[in-house]
Design a protein around this ligand. Structure first.
Ligand SMILES: CCCCCCCCCCCCCC(=O)CSCCNC(=O)CCNC(=O)[C@H](O)C(C)(C)COP(=O)(O)OP(=O)(O)OC[C@H]1O[C@@H](n2cnc3c(N)ncnc32)[C@H](O)[C@@H]1OP(=O)(O)O
Ligand SMILES: CN(C)Cc1n[nH]c2ccc(-c3ccc(F)cc3OCCn3ccnc3)cc12
Length: 392
């Protein structure tokens, strides 16, 4: 990536590879805001056959079009065996947090057929970087139809979402990608914990270990039927204030983390069936909320298997341990995920996750997830354990 030219990214206010190691550059915004009145008022030009469309994700029809575009054209693993299959309910959850802007749900249609062929989104988020809480856009779901790749459409999508974010007087963004771009603030490894090893081996997600039989493998990953922690229960609406206090206090230790308030916690962390699950530990003696764990539901389509079409995956989200050892808390998360029929439990090596990954029998994934800030420079690349932010 050091030799590669980035004709678009070299024009953007992001850390540039040639600046790497130059600690004389100040930490913080790279470009200063301009008056909103000076922001380009009209959308960027698209190639002739295409037009912009603001996607109303509340509309069943539009949400289905977005779902179908992503289902057939979104992120695949490096071996093109799996493709993320975000559900419609998940998309509505991910795209309508407190304070969201419908204008940041941006589509490109073919003028004649009205077919949706590209998509990009932003949602507002308060992100703390060291001691500064910065209003940012979290940019996600960038997708160009497979038939329209390598036509430089992505830079136009990115410039358009940037323009619409600027119109709301927001000048920074956060995003992640499996590809290396100028310039990651950190790079995370992802890990997988088998819950249904037979299916994972069947579909080629995992391979039978050397000197391992299938029955020995099933036994290796077997989990208890019941959780171990006294007071471990599903989060409920009345828990929002306590979970907010617990999470805000815990996230203080990380260099980059969301600045969640109660409205954010209510949206992002209250259980939502087939979207997000969250559990907490309420001390049986004191009724204090001492620990929290959560995971979101993101299936992947299995692209080349006869027997199975969907891989049911749970992704570790935000976890807080103050009394229950994180190892025990996460083992309880695995137990409830298994009971909910997930095939695999995924986690990044962010926050304190690396303290439980190996011991709970997670295996390393075959790729990395790079984190980026737009128009905000950090003096040093972070360790993934300094990161307290999980993007969907
Ligand atoms: C202040 C507010 C700021 C808001 C904006 C903040 C920034 C937000 C940034 C977005 C964050 C999204 C986060 C997110 O959604 C999570 S990462 C998931 C991205 N989506 C996918 O991987 C889905 C499958 N792939 C595709 O749909 C296409 O391959 C895409 C659309 C990815 C690229 O379409 P294409 O047909 O394959 O390529 P061209 O159109 O010809 O364009 C090539 C240029 O695009 C650069 N590129 C490639 N992949 C990228 C990626 N994932 N991020 C950023 N840039 C990416 C590439 O480096 C090159 O630029 P360069 O020549 O300079 O190297
Ligand atoms: C974060 N969010 C922006 C989606 C996103 N974009 N690009 C990605 C690249 C990797 C991961 C990822 C993150 C955590 C994890 F445990 C496994 C992952 O990908 C496995 C490979 N894979 C890709 C599709 N199906 C399976 C997510 C993403």
């Amino acid at each position: 990536s050091l030799a590669k030219r980035h004709k678009f990214w070299e024009t953007q206010p992001v850390g540039q590879f040639k600046e790497l190691g130059d600690t004389s550059l100040p930490e913080g915004p790279i470009e200063q805001p301009t008056p909103v009145s000076e922001v380009k008022q009209e959308p960027y030009n698209l190639p002739a056959p295409y037009e912009w469309i603001t996607c109303d994700i509340d509309s069943e029809e539009v949400c289905s079009e977005v779902y179908n575009l992503l289902t057939n054209n979104y992120v695949e693993d490096d071996e093109n065996m799996f493709r993320f299959n975000y559900s419609k309910e998940f998309l509505r959850w991910a795209l309508r947090p407190p304070g969201y802007y419908r204008s940041w749900h941006i589509g490109v249609r073919v003028k004649s057929s009205k077919k949706l062929v590209a998509f990009i989104t932003g949602v507002p988020a308060r992100i703390r970087v060291r001691d500064a809480v910065v209003l940012m856009a979290e940019v996600n779901f960038l997708c160009v139809h497979k038939k329209l790749r390598s036509k430089r459409l992505a830079p136009v999508m990115i410039k358009e979402v940037t323009r619409r974010v600027h119109l709301e007087n927001i000048w920074q963004a956060a995003y992640t990608a499996g590809v290396v771009l100028p310039t990651p603030i950190t790079t995370c490894q992802y890990w997988h914990r088998s819950l249904n090893p037979k299916k994972l081996i069947d579909v080629g997600f995992s391979r039978l270990g050397a000197r391992m039989t299938m029955s020995r493998t099933i036994k290796l990953y077997k989990l208890p039927d019941q959780t171990a922690t006294p007071g471990f229960r599903k989060m409920e609406p009345h828990d929002v204030p306590a979970v907010t206090r617990l999470l805000r206090n815990y996230l203080k230790q990380f260099v980059v983390a969301p600045d969640f308030d109660e409205d954010d916690v209510e949206h992002w962390l209250l259980p939502k069936e087939d979207v997000v699950d969250s559990y907490l530990v309420e001390s049986p003696e004191t009724h204090e909320i001492t620990d929290f764990c959560s995971f979101y539901t993101l299936p992947s389509s299995i692209l080349g298997s006869q027997n199975h079409s969907v891989l049911k995956a749970a992704y570790s989200y935000y976890n807080v341990s103050t009394k229950t050892p994180l190892l025990q808390l996460m083992n309880d998360a695995l137990i409830v995920a298994k009971k909910k029929d997930f095939d695999v439990f995924n986690a990044l090596d962010v926050m304190h996750n690396e303290t439980f990954l190996k011991e709970l029998k997670f295996g390393p994934g075959d790729g990395k997830l790079h984190y980026y800030l737009y128009n905000y420079r950090l003096k040093h690349v972070l360790r993934s354990s300094e990161l307290g932010l999980v993007l969907l």
